[in-house]
Structure formats: structure tokens, C-alpha cells
Design a protein around this ligand. Structure first.
Ligand SMILES: O=C(CO)COP(=O)(O)O
Length: 142
């Protein structure tokens, strides 16, 4: 599965600890992250991560583009609910796209934990069906 990891500054440590705790599970998946979040995870784990721009510089929108192209299966986005962000419109747009395309998204560590356990159990296999249908539809349109 393709998984994006994003955390605001106050939540970065939580996300780093989360990736350390579930490192073996994450190893079997394709990981993406915004710039600083990805750097922090790379420093703390042996995971391979494709890093986008930092969130305020467009990283949230780059993850949104993955969703728009049906190339993301899960977003873990630990937001800071106590601090206004300069790029708030990008954050809202990213979460909106998750709803548009029915992408599972966790915005706090408790939900992230439930989704990751679901991933481990195989609850995300329906995403493969969605991707196959999309690829078939794209093939027919060509
Ligand atoms: O701001 C962010 C998400 O909105 C996260 O960006 P960084 O990972 O670059 O700090």
C-alpha cells in the first residue's frame, strides 16, 4: 500500500515514535512524507521514504496530487489542533481530497493506531480492487 506520513511540529515526535513502533509493518509498504516529517522519520528509522516539499512550501499539495491520481491508500496526518498554520488552506484541501476519494485518513495517533492495525489485518485489500477498476477504466479511455 502507499502510505503518506505528515505531522505538524508539535506532533512530529509522536509520529516518529509511531513509525519506530510499527517500523516492521511500514517496511512492506511504499512511504511518502512531507519534507521535515520525512527527514525526522529517516533519522530515527531504517525506512525508505519518498520526501516531498515541506508542508508550507507545497508538500501537502503534492500529497493531494497523489490522492487525485488514486496513488495513495492511507494518510496519517497528525495535525496540531492548538496552533493556526500559515498554510491552513492546503491542509483543508488535503483532507477534503481524502473525503472526495474515500481515502482512509487519521488525524490523531489513536485513529492512526486503529488504521495501522487494520492494515496489518488486511482490511485495506479493498484498495487493490479500487486501483484495478481505475486502471481498467483508464485503459478503456485510451
Ligand atoms: O506542515 C506540514 C503539514 O501541513 C508538515 O510539513 P513538514 O513535514 O515539512 O513539517
Amino acid at each position: 500500500m502507499r502510505i503518506a506520513l505528515v505531522a505538524h511540529d508539535a506532533k512530529k515526535e509522536d509520529l516518529v515514535n509511531f513509525t519506530i513502533a510499527y517500523e516492521r509493518l511500514f517496511q512492506g509498504h511504499e512511504l511518502y512524507a512531507t519534507g521535515t516529517t520525512g527527514k525526522r522519520i529517516l533519522e530515527a528509522t531504517n525506512l525508505h521514504i519518498h520526501r516531498f516539499q515541506s508542508g508550507p512550501l507545497g508538500g501537502d499539495q503534492q500529497i493531494g496530487a497523489l490522492i487525485a491520481e488514486n496513488r495513495l491508500d492511507l494518510l496519517i496526518f497528525l495535525r496540531d489542533p492548538l496552533l493556526a498554520q500559515p498554510h491552513e488552506p492546503d491542509i483543508i484541501a488535503l483532507l477534503r481530497l481524502c473525503d472526495v476519494h474515500a481515502i482512509p485518513v487519521a488525524t490523531n495517533v489513536a485513529t492512526a493506531e486503529i488504521l495501522i492495525r487494520g492494515l496489518w489485518r488486511g482490511d485495506f485489500l479493498w484498495r487493490d480492487v479500487v486501483k484495478e477498476e481505475q486502471e481498467r477504466a483508464e485503459g478503456e479511455a485510451r
